[in-house]
Ligand binder design. Structure first.
Ligand SMILES: Nc1ncnc2c1ncn2[C@@H]1O[C@H](COP(=O)(O)OP(=O)(O)OP(=O)(O)O)[C@@H](O)[C@H]1O
Ligand SMILES: [Mg+2]
Length: 387
């Protein structure tokens, strides 16, 4: 009886052990399978993967890293991180590794290294892990080669730098061109006025004298009369041209008198009523700003005659919070400003582009408000430097 009991106990112990062995064997097989699966995955990755122990030495390196470093995985394992990535950038990587070991949290760093005389940028994610069945930390590092991206970013930066400096040069040039154009206009206007104008006036006076002397010669008299008319018409045209180029009044009397004088001629020519309103303090403005405003005024009025079909125009100028604000409003047919902006620069007129550039050069802005059938407001504001 006792023997039977002993046999039963022994056989159940043996069966239990066999089962235990079987399940342990199964677990080991599964572990090996999963390890092989992960190894395959890591080996097929496009990134370099390596494991670092607490002595900053490599425990494992995938084939991508060995390709990058031109060394076999066996060679890499056991080497210190410091020796694997030559150059100063590795110092930053080492500091980051220290922090990850200390804090136990994932971190990321992009560092530079020179391998076989070639510069590489590696964006590296550092993931802390416990070493199997121990309380020691290891770090799983995944490095992505970002050299191309860095190169492109650097190229882009230098391209933007070049573009910016070219833009600055262009700005400078265009402001120089406008300044030179203004000086030239002033000179031509003065010359036409002083030289040609005075000469024509003298001719006109002489002709009048001849006419009075040659009472008997009828034909000659008629010709001289025609001639005189022609000269007078030329004087009138000359005044208009010199005025358009640059009214002497702008320099001699100021902006508001120049507005008024131009408006008077304009009203006579077009039948459009112009109302001007502005304070005398405007005349204290810098001559360059006054010239810009005068050019806006001229182009604004030209546009009203050309496009607006208006019968009233309001000119308003004021000083407000360190800015001079100037506007021209008409009661004409208006237009769609958006469709103007949608046009290519070469398809647009030059008038608004030209004055917008002039305004920009003195640090101001040009605003255009218009809608079909609701008139147009052209406004500029220009900051005024304190004296
Ligand atoms: N006061 C206005 N009323 C109606 N339309 C206007 C007015 N001002 C400008 N526009 C519209 O804006 C467009 C652009 O004006 P801009 O002065 O730039 O060119 P332009 O007068 O056509 O040609 P340019 O000034 O070179 O002789 C005009 O063609 C016109 O359609
Ligand atoms: Mg125009």
């Amino acid at each position: 009886m006792v023997l039977v009991l002993v046999i039963i106990i022994i056989s159940s112990v043996l069966i239990g052990r066999k089962r235990l062995l079987k399940s342990r064997y199964k677990r080991l097989r599964l572990l090996k399978e999963s390890e092989a699966k992960y190894r395959n995955l890591v080996e097929s990755m496009d990134d370099s993967v390596f494991v670092i122990d607490s002595n900053r030495k490599v425990l494992y390196a995938n084939s991508k890293l060995s390709k990058l470093l031109h060394q076999t995985s066996e060679n890499i394992c056991g080497k210190s991180i410091n020796d694997l990535f030559p150059g100063n950038g590795v110092k930053r990587l080492m500091r980051c590794i220290d922090v990850v070991f200390e804090v136990g949290e994932i971190d990321k760093i992009e560092f530079k290294t020179t391998i076989n005389h070639e510069v590489y940028w590696l964006e590296t994610t550092l993931i802390p892990r416990y070493r199997h069945n121990t309380s020691d930390y290891i770090i799983l590092a995944i490095s992505r080669n970002t050299t191309e991206r860095r190169k492109m970013e650097d190229d882009l930066k230098s391209l933007i730098g070049t573009l910016k400096s070219q833009q600055e040069t262009l700005k400078l040039l265009s402001s120089e061109v406008i300044r030179a154009q203004e000086a030239e206009r002033k000179r031509i206007s003065r010359e036409l006025h002083d030289e040609v104008g005075q000469a024509l006036t003298a001719i006109s006076i002489n002709l009048e004298l001849i006419r009075q002397d040659s009472v008997a010669m009828k034909n000659l008299k008629q010709r001289i009369h025609d001639c005189k008319n022609l000269v007078e018409k030329t004087i009138e045209d000359l005044h208009r041209v010199t005025y358009e180029l640059r009214p002497a009044m702008l320099d001699d009397l100021g902006l508001l008198p120049a507005f008024r004088s131009h408006a008077k001629n304009y009203e006579k020519r077009t039948g459009i009523t112009i109302h001007i309103d502005g304070p005398e303090e405007i005349e204290q403005l810098d001559s360059e700003i006054k010239t810009v405003i005068y050019r806006v005024f001229q182009e604004g009025l030209n546009n009203v005659v050309k496009h607006a079909q208006a019968n009233r125009v309001k000119i308003h100028i004021e000083m407000n919070r360190g800015k001079v604000i100037f506007s021209i409003s008409d009661n004409g047919k208006g237009f769609n400003t958006r469709s103007l902006l949608r046009k290519k620069p070469e398809e647009r007129g030059l008038g608004l582009q030209g004055i917008s550039e002039r305004v920009r050069i003195v640090g101001g802005h040009l605003h255009l408000k218009s809608k079909p059938r609701q008139g147009t407001i052209l406004q500029v504001d220009i900051p005024v430097a304190k004296a």
